[in-house]
Design a protein around this ligand. Sequence first.
Ligand code: UD1
Length: 420
Amino acid sequence: MDRFFIRGGKPLAGGILIGGAKNAALPIMACALLTSETLSLRNVPRIVDIHTMHDLIQQHGLQISIDKDDPHHFTFEGEITNSEAPYHIVSKMRASILVLGPLLARCGKARVSLPGGCAIGTRPVNLHLEALTALGAEIEIDSGYINAKAPKGLVGTRFVFPFVSVGATENTIMAACLAKGKTELVNAAREPEICDLVDCLRSMGANIQGKGTGDLIIEGVDALHGAEHSILFDRIECGTYACAAGITGGELRLIGAQSQYLGAVIHALEECGVEVFQEENALRVRRTGSLRGIDIMTEPYPGFPTDMQAQFMALLSVSEGASMISETIFENRFMHVPELNRMGARINVHGSSAIIRGVHSLSGAPVMATDLRASFSLILAGLAAAGETRLNRVYHLDRGYEAVEKKLTACGAQIERIKS
Ligand code: UD1
């Protein structure tokens, strides 16, 4: 297992190219299963979760080629030959469940391994199954697999999500595009990645109204055609590097990022004392003064994203005064707290809230990554800490961040990957 050695204390300065959004690319890759024509995707990030989705779609029968001159350009073509998503792939990545809606809509049947729980919570998939059942699917759970069938095809309906789910909204939108008649989704998730999915589906010929709202109307069509689409920038990668500028007291240009999708994150950065400016094709982020503690509550978009919670925890651990973070999306998303405390942070967890008492400085220590975003919070702490931090289990990070050590080193960080 690879490790990172980080020597902290240097303010970062320079430009970082922000890649395509993992959480947009994963459902959009699953759209390749919705057509027999060619889907060409640009700006696909080269990270482990994308390789996993690549392998999953390939084993369903599609051919996938990656451009030699542009490794972020993927082309999908061919027919589905197998509608089963096996345990050995789904267990690596929960987002594999996103093939369920497309397979069911195209093949009239699908067998998809149930994803288990994960480090940040139990993460059930009941809403995915309830929404697909409302569209007419017959679903049974058998031997750890979801067996779904709709031999006469899916039929449009009105479905009200009892609470907001990003993945269930995506699965249902994809399935409804090929259902007979009109589907209305109420209390749908509104994340920018869902808007990107809708844009891609529309360019494939889908008829979807209400993009960016909680009410989506989808008129089913007989077939979707091929399309070209470029994946939206990754707002979480952008927010993460913005925290790196903030915690090190540096200045970064985050190239390709747009402030319009980062409202709650930029508001929180500015409240903390980190300045953010939109330039033509970049966000400039810098800190010149001291950091101030703030209170944050995670919420579905447009609220503050749970995927930025761990990174802000690192930032707030060296901010003046007390801060509180309330996590409302996942029940077990404070695994980074004991590791940050080992580096000198003063954080107490009470149920779904954490109280952070800002300290003057952190000190490097050996720490362990527990999940994707938690890993980066430890890197951020390591970049600000005095001395050396050794981060173990870097594979969590490689699932969602491309070329971390290259991007940080180019801005003056001392970070080295030790391969094992
Ligand atoms: C997606 C993102 C993830 C992000 C999360 C919340 C991808 C690939 N992943 O995950 O990075 O942290 O949104 O913004 O896009 N729930 C149920 N039943 C369901 C579905 C969800 O109870 O059927 C619960 C979950 O356990 C969680 C909450 O609903 O507590 C929100 O989860 P959801 O929005 O579905 O997250 P994901 O789509 O898994």
